[in-house]
Design a protein around this ligand. Structure first.
Ligand SMILES: [Zn+2]
Length: 312
């Protein structure tokens, strides 16, 4: 009997990821959503990084200016950055003239490989973290994403950013030098449209990830963002926030995770039990909630145990 690929798939013997890769032949196909005059949001998949999505899980923003498009977060790989750059050129009629990297995480940063380092700008803290962790992230991404990563090298930003008002190509922006999701988190307001672009300081209907988080710093940064008048918010992951709820939702999740893990340690739960804690119904809309809770357990639990458990 001949068993073809389709037969194997139907029998559940091939992973769906393999089917996806074959179907899409490894091409990134970012889609833009217009959100204001000369500004577009590009949505990532609300999933963990995996071969099936090519690592294209982070949101980006594209903004038209007289000096070329601004690309806020260039994606996960060289091919992803090239696809976002081509999309920006189609939308704005100009090539990308400025790339901002919000923070060190590979889903936001490694697509910088598609661009001239001279146009890549980030906070000094982000460049330092990329110097520290970039090669390790690169190894991890090549293992996970294989061919999607071809030609991707770690590119360090050459432009140092500071917070404050600025402009590029005649378009005014306000840059915010924050931290807490990582050691350096850039957010930005497009003044012309009052759009707040937050990187991973804000997640929306997608559970926040915490591998480099400092929760007190993150809360302080959320407080800053909440105090900035804006019409819409482009989060690092998840859909556009039009009603101002995403900042509070991010804070609520972080508070819940911290309190729950603190209690779990005091109650004597082990890490796998803590990762299985029930997730409250108010977080039912958050994608990847169980996954991120379990990641947060692995990041935070050893330190919490060291702090909270009696020394025997
Ligand atoms: Zn991140």
């Amino acid at each position: 009997m001949k068993i073809d690929r389709r037969g194997l798939l139907l029998a559940g013997l091939l992973a769906p990821a393999a089917a996806f890769a074959e179907q899409f032949a490894g091409k990134y196909q970012p889609q833009a959503q217009p959100i204001g005059e000369g500004i577009w949001m590009v949505r990532g998949a609300d999933e963990a990084i995996g071969f099936a999505n090519g690592g294209a899980i982070a949101n980006s923003a594209i903004i038209a200016t007289d000096a070329g498009a601004v690309l806020f977060d260039p994606g996960v790989s060289r091919e992803h950055g090239l696809a976002l750059g081509a999309l920006a050129q189609r939308l704005t009629g100009k090539p990308v003239g400025r790339v901002y990297i919000s923070h060190l995480h590979p889903d936001h940063a490694m697509g910088a490989a598609a661009f001239d380092p001279a146009i890549i700008h980030a906070l000094p803290a982000t460049r330092a973290e990329l110097e520290r962790d970039g090669e390790g992230f690169s190894d991890a991404m090549y293992r996970l994403l294989a061919d999607w990563m071809k030609g991707t090298a770690v590119v360090l930003p050459q432009g140092d950013l500071a917070g404050g008002s600025t402009q590029f190509g005649g378009r005014p922006f306000r840059l915010l030098a924050l931290k807490g999701h990582s050691g350096g988190d850039l957010a930005m307001i497009d003044e012309r449209t009052a759009t707040l672009v937050t990187g991973d300081l804000v997640f929306h209907d997608r559970a926040p990830s915490t591998p480099h988080a400092s929760l007190p710093d993150w809360r302080a940064s959320l407080g800053v963002l909440a105090g900035l008048p804006h019409k819409v918010l482009v989060p690092g992951h998840g859909p556009l926030d039009r009603d101002g709820s995403a900042i509070a939702q991010t804070r609520d999740w972080l508070d819940w995770v911290e309190q729950s893990l603190h209690k779990a340690v005091v109650d004597g739960l082990d890490m796998s039990e803590a990762g299985d804690l029930p997730i409250p119904a108010r977080f039912a809309a958050l994608k990847a909630a169980r996954y991120e809770l379990q990641r947060s357990v692995s990041h935070f639990y050893p330190r919490l145990e060291a702090e909270l458990l009696p020394k025997l």
